[in-house]
Write a protein that binds this ligand. Structure first.
Ligand code: COA
Length: 187
């Protein structure tokens, strides 16, 4: 499988087929995220707390708003024979309160791998591309991201890859669920 896996930066934007594949993966994995990606559908949900409020309007539990948000960002795709089986989205020249001390970086907003293809090193391949293979025009010597404290797969991966925990926002996503910011300075 790994032989026919293609990892690429979508420099020319996404095809309709790629967008459809990404949408399918997001819908399938929606509830693995904390909070679910579809919780951003609510006009009243301005932060990451998991508690659903009475005025929440998403009825069919699909991440419409989140999808529209990431469509505007940069994509690195993992494809097998033209079908997207995983993706990473990022923003360039990013700065936010939590990353003030770290400085401007390329900031990874989402990573998601089709459930059928997990634990085969695809996340590592996406990060490898992010860190070392972007076009010079958008390359940055700093890469950052955030995840939540229960996401052992992602947080464990980042620490093993040499990322530093930069900031913890306690209970940011609900009781006992912290937001963790990570960053790495590339050589
Ligand atoms: C997190 C996620 C992207 C990992 O993708 P993956 O392709 O399976 O990861 P890889 O196979 O490249 O694994 C890389 C490393 O991550 C770690 N890892 C991956 N899955 C893990 C799991 N379920 N539990 C613990 N560690 C895990 C391992 O350290 C692994 O290193 P190893 O190969 O030396 O064991 C995938 O599980 C996913 O899409 N989850 C849902 C969405 C999500 O949580 N995204 C992150 C927040 S934005």
């Amino acid at each position: 499988m790994i032989d026919i896996l293609e990892i690429k930066y979508a420099a020319e934007g996404l095809t309709k087929g790629e967008l459809d594949d990404i949408w399918d993966i997001m819908c399938d994995c929606n509830r693995e995220f904390v909070p679910p990606l579809s919780s951003r559908n609510s006009p009243t949900q301005s932060n990451l707390l998991t508690g659903r409020d009475d005025t929440q309007t998403d009825v069919d539990d699909k991440p419409y708003v989140y999808f529209e948000e990431i469509r505007k960002q940069h994509f690195i795709l993992a494809e097998i024979e033209g079908k997207v089986i995983g993706f990473l989205t990022f923003k360039t020249d990013h700065m936010c309160d939590a990353l003030q001390d770290f400085g401007v970086s390329n900031y990874i907003t989402t990573v998601c791998i089709d459930k059928k293809y997990r634990k085969q090193g695809i996340l590592s391949r996406l990060y490898e591309h992010m860190e070392n293979k972007l076009p010079d025009s958008i390359h940055c010597s700093k890469v950052s991201t955030r995840t939540w404290s229960q996401n052992d797969a992602h947080a464990g991966f980042l620490l093993k890859r040499g990322y530093t925990l930069l900031k913890t926002l306690p209970d940011d996503r609900g009781p006992g669920i912290d937001t963790l910011y990570f960053g790495a300075k590339l050589k």
